[in-house]
Design a binder for this molecule. Sequence first.
Ligand code: 5AD
Ligand code: SF4
Length: 506
Amino acid sequence: MDTTKDNQEVKTNNKERDYSQYFQSTYAPPSLKDAKKRGKEQVQILKDFSIPENLKNIGVGKKFYIRTYGCQMNEHDTEVMAGILNEMGYETTYSTEDADVILLNTCAIRENAENKVFGELGHLKHTKANNPNLLLGVCGCMSQEESVVNRILSTYPQVDMIFGTHNIHRLPQIIENALFSKEMVVEVWSKEGDIVENLPRKRKGNVKGWVNIMYGCDKFCTYCIVPYTRGKERSRYPQDIIEEVRQLAREGYKEVTLLGQNVNAYGKDFEDLEYGLGDLMDEIRKIDIPRLRFTTSHPRDFDDRLIEVLAKGGNIVDHVHLPVQHGNSDVLKLMARKYTREHYLELVNKIKAAMPNVALTTDIIVGFPNETEEQFQETLSLVKEVQYDAAYTFIYSPREGTPAAKMQDNVPMEVKRERLQRLNAMLNDISLEKNKAYVGKVVEVLVEGESKKNPDVLTGHTGSNKVVNFKAPKHLIGEIVKVQITDAKTWNLGGEWVEEKSEVVG
Ligand code: 5AD
Ligand code: SF4
């Protein structure tokens, strides 16, 4: 592996120093400006990951704890880091008190996500004081931000190591550096590196598996920090993905979710291959895995080939997450989403025609700079027209370094909050109505475990991603079972387990 890349910063920083002086002399923080560049150089696919001999047993008798914030990509990165730590001899713990290594795998998407991490770092100061041998690390998207790294360096001396999203495979060496130096280890690559194929993974559970199909995002929506923290789009080769899914099928996994920040751009970076998400799904659906999902979609690249494959049904679930972000075409333009309201609605209609039982979910931002009441009304009318099953809704949060953060904004926060409430009220009404339509029907549920609220109740998801709670024997956990729906709420369904064969809809 090339460890001499010019985009790599390996620096150690003495906690007792005057950092401002230090920055000017030797410390080169990650740079969002560099992260924005999209070079033409071909990404290498490497299969040479291995834990150095001297680090293989370094964690024997020790434990690690990883707290994950944010999206499924982070959840999956955590599985990779857990896999690496296991191979170094470390075992998992679910308590920060008896951990020898604590990693915060962070999210930068909105300010409140970042505030949670800074709050947690504050709490962990005491944990570190009680256990000075503890190694505390910050990784994930926040580590890619210059301002965050500087803030940690100046204010959180309890942190021992900071590394980013592009060099997770360097975790053994980073831990080694942190163990043997009294200084804070900062290793963040501003630009993405190569794809490392043979990283170990310690998956959470043995029922649902995440499979990365691509990394990064080139869309540069004007509000979004992800293209800077995750780098340029890089697709994994189809054969590597297919082999990973086959392996999960052999291990008895019931569901696979293909992951990427913008999965519809899958394959666009292949120079020698015409191959997209539709082609990939068409091959993977033939693998004996009961459920196949993908996330997250971008409407712009959602093509007819994919729709044609989705229409084939089978193990492809009846659920499409299709972030719209806004219902007004002028706002969509300012967001650089590269589609109009009309184009989005046309796409929705095509998907509904191809998948008659599809559950559609979305992401929506309210309070984008200067959003007018009329423009917001268009978001409401779009929601009404599409009839989403569910949505994640957010108040716009300016992200330093993004184009939207430089826009003047005349919308007061109270107005944004009030719009969010109105939007959520409408979405909740629609969700409840949609859920009520399930009452009396028999659905297939992948049983994931006991309900958090009541251990006598089991919980799982339908293919259409509805949460279903029902009573049934515990040995069914991990199985797909039939449940007759008896009760509908806004967020979930209740039902009775049925053993006999019935017509199945979900
Ligand atoms: N402010 C608010 N929401 C954001 N998202 C992304 N960036 C921002 C931001 N700056 C939302 C989008 C995206 C989801 C993952 O997070 O809706 O689809
Ligand atoms: Fe962010 Fe847009 Fe890329 Fe999604 S498509 S990760 S919202 S830049």
